[in-house]
Design a protein around this ligand. Structure first.
Ligand SMILES: Cc1ncc(COP(=O)(O)O)c(C=O)c1O
Length: 449
């Protein structure tokens, strides 16, 4: 088996610490299908971790990359100015205006966007502190890792950046205790005001950074009232609100930005993943006076906004508009949500179904107890799915959440087939398993989907 050989070579030449979410291999991909090293087609519910909302290798993006590569691959935007950078900036501003005048800094990745967002916020406010959330994931560079919550992502990497404070995410499933959502949100907002007296004065806080829907943290959706209240608190204290849309952006939730569901506009936002269909490109967007507060040469780099990546991103955004990516996100989301809700009724191992648009997940628990995460079942389900032609990945501080980040262009039949595989896996791996179910799923094709 070629796949086994490739995985063995990986073990020999690549550090073990580079994570493996899934035991699959890949040689080529199109739309929502990946062909592995053994020629087996796999339905992709991971989308390269939320990167290919517009599908694998969309033709206009492939063409744009090839054409640009033949013209100009690199000269560094710091050395010679090319218009593609501004074309992309203008496009992003037209889709995601941050007030009257918005400026854009391009980057190479999500973590780099977050690093720069913090540098910009500190310079614009002259304040040192940053507040982030429990369960947050913002990347693996030093500041973004500091902002990241899950200890497993940062073991042995400290000391971390100073002046970073963490508050609990308003996690209704685990902490709601039957309160209504608005009352729950009010309590969290009050706790934040208290935090300014017990931990760090508001006058020292440059920014609060939040994912409107936590990605790696397990698709926790911030409640409406909380985000609106947070916006008001930030305005009251002169704190900048940074929304990290790296995983939730570009159609994933059925809108260009998850924050557009909230009628809230951030001061600064961070982007990457699906904006380049897999080419390494990200962005920091912000109100012009904030972005312009930076001192010369404190932001930038050799590669950010590389011409080939800009061309890929422009072609991606045009293509997303052409196919109405947001409607596709809403459609995929509804199908997955309905099916996950049906699973929840069927399988007691599913404690919660949650998400926004097509950023959908379910949480696996033991003994109907939200505080007994079932990471083992989650791992087995991922492996079952891989054996049966579906790539799916987990999330969550405890690794017990199955999340869907499939390309949004996925055909309905393929989406349903993928969901069938998950259902069959749940039957096989939980007590709800019956002989009837075995027969029904035993003959399911694993070769070609
Ligand atoms: C919300 C969020 N921010 C930042 C990052 C880091 O992005 P990158 O892996 O491109 O550095 C991620 C990656 O998963 C993310 O989900």
């Amino acid at each position: 088996m070629k796949s086994e050989e490739i995985l063995a070579r990986r073990k020999q030449f690549v550090p073990d610490a580079i994570g493996i979410f899934n035991p699959s291999t890949a040689v080529s991909a199109k739309g929502a299908l990946i062909t592995d090293a053994d020629g087996k087609e796999m339905i992709d519910f991971a989308g390269g971790i939320g990167v290919v909302n517009a599908g694998h290798c969309p033709a206009p993006v492939v063409e744009a990359i090839a054409a640009q590569a033949a013209k100009l691959i690199h000269c560094s935007f710091n050395v010679a100015t090319y218009d593609l950078y501004m074309q992309l900036a203008e496009k992003l501003v037209s889709l995601l205006p941050h007030g009257e005048h918005t400026k854009v800094m391009l980057t190479n990745s999500g973590a780099e966007s977050v690093e720069n967002a913090i540098k910009i916020a500190r310079q614009a406010t002259g304040r040192p502190a940053v507040i982030c959330y429990g369960g947050a994931f913002h990347g693996r560079t030093m500041m973004s890792m500091t902002l990241t919550s899950k200890v497993g992502y940062k073991l042995g990497c400290g000391p971390f950046a100073p002046e970073v404070y963490r508050i609990p995410f308003p996690d209704y499933y685990h902490e709601g205790n039957g309160a209504d959502l608005d009352t729950f949100s009010d309590k969290h907002l009050r706790d934040l005001e208290d935090f300014f007296h017990t931990n760090v004065p508001a006058s020292q806080v440059a920014a609060i950074i939040m994912e409107p829907v936590q990605g790696e943290g397990g698709f926790n959706v911030v409640p409406q009232k909380y985000l609106k209240g947070l916006r008001k608190l930030c305005d009251k204290y002169g704190i900048l609100l940074i929304l990290d849309e790296v995983q939730s952006g570009f159609g994933r939730t059925g809108k260009w930005a998850a924050y557009q569901h909230y009628d809230v506009i951030p001061d600064i936002s961070t982007w990457a993943k699906s904006m380049g269909s897999g080419m390494p490109i990200g962005a920091v967007m912000g109100k012009a006076h904030i972005m312009d507060a930076c001192k010369p040469s404190t932001i930038g780099g050799t590669y950010p906004g590389n011409p080939v990546c800009c061309a890929a991103s422009l072609a991606t955004l045009d293509y997303m508009e052409e196919i109405n990516i947001n409607a596709l996100g809403a459609r995929v989301g509804q199908i997955v949500r309905d099916r996950f809700n049906a699973f929840k009724k069927q399988f007691s191992a599913i404690g919660d179904v949650r998400g926004l648009g097509a950023m959908m997940a379910f949480e696996l628990i033991k003994n109907n107890d939200p505080f007994q995460p079932d990471a083992d079942l989650c791992k087995k389900l991922i492996s079952y799915c891989a054996d049966h032609g579906l790539i799916v990945i987990n999330a969550g501080i405890n690794g017990n959440i199955i999340r869907v980040l499939s390309p949004l262009v996925i055909e309905e039949s393929l989406l349903k087939k993928g969901l069938d595989i998950i259902e069959a896996g749940l039957h096989r791996l939980t007590k709800d398993y019956t002989d009837e179910a075995t027969n029904e799923y035993n003959h399911m094709s694993t070769k070609s989907v």
